[in-house]
Ligand binder design. Structure first.
Ligand code: NDP
Ligand code: ZN
Length: 188
């Protein structure tokens, strides 16, 4: 990565720095779709949804959305995020990061159990993450997933989102829209 130059207390700067950092950390990763899309498309999709479609302009939320999978899926620590982006962004990313030492089924259950106690910023990112992933599932599902597995995923995502109701009506409406489309498509 080129040097991460910028002032993380300046709104535009922190978002651009987060994009640069996330693009670098995810540079060797691909999504699970047939085209093996670049992973960074997913954090960018969250920012598109949050900012362009839902009007969320808080730079801490947008930067945290760009960084939301760096700790869970790359060799990035929360301490590193705190150094570059400050304590608040590190805290928000920590709240949306699964504990990978736990079995997957436990992690999934914990997401449902913990969703309602997240801070408001983390709730916005959770809503956007689940919506973006269902959009991907509808448009370009992971290779090898059966219809039953896609349905399981949709139902689990809705369980998480149902714990986040009342956070942001527009984002919730976007989730409900893609959830209905996904269920209808899978029933065909
Ligand atoms: P995973 O958590 O392994 O995979 C889903 C995650 O992959 C998403 O949350 C997303 O995470 C990422 N992702 C990458 N590419 C895509 C894409 N194109 N579309 C959507 N998501 C993408 O899924 P699970 O193991 O949780 O499987 C879903 C359900 O299926 C579970 O409820 C489980 O019970 C069941 N299951 C069924 C199996 C079977 O039938 N053989 C086997 C295992 C589970 P991110 O935002 O982090 O990128
Ligand atoms: Zn994600």
């Amino acid at each position: 990565m080129g040097s991460l130059v910028g002032d993380p207390s300046e709104p535009w700067s922190v978002v651009v720095m987060a994009l640069q950092f996330a693009a670098d950390r995810h540079r060797h990763q691909r999504r699970k779709d047939a085209a093996a899309s670049p992973y960074i498309n997913h954090p960018i999709a969250l920012v598109h949804l949050l900012y362009q479609e839902a009007g969320v302009s808080d730079p801490v939320v947008l930067a945290s959305a760009l960084l939301h999978d760096t700790v869970e899926d790359t060799d990035t620590s929360l301490a590193e995020l705190e150094t570059h982006f400050g304590a608040e962004i590190a805290k928000v990313v920590a709240q949306v990061t699964d504990d990978k030492s736990l079995p997957k089924a436990v992690r999934k259950q914990q997401q449902v159990a913990h969703a309602s106690s997240l801070c408001d910023r983390a709730k916005l990112i959770k809503l956007a993450d689940k919506t973006a992933n269902l959009r991907d599932l509808v448009a370009s599902p992971p290779v090898g997933w059966s219809v039953a597995r896609c349905q399981d995923y949709c139902h689990w995502a809705k369980q998480v989102v149902d714990q986040l109701r009342g956070t942001h009506p527009t984002l919730e409406a976007h989730f409900d829209q893609v959830y209905e489309a996904a269920i209808a498509q899978m029933a065909d």
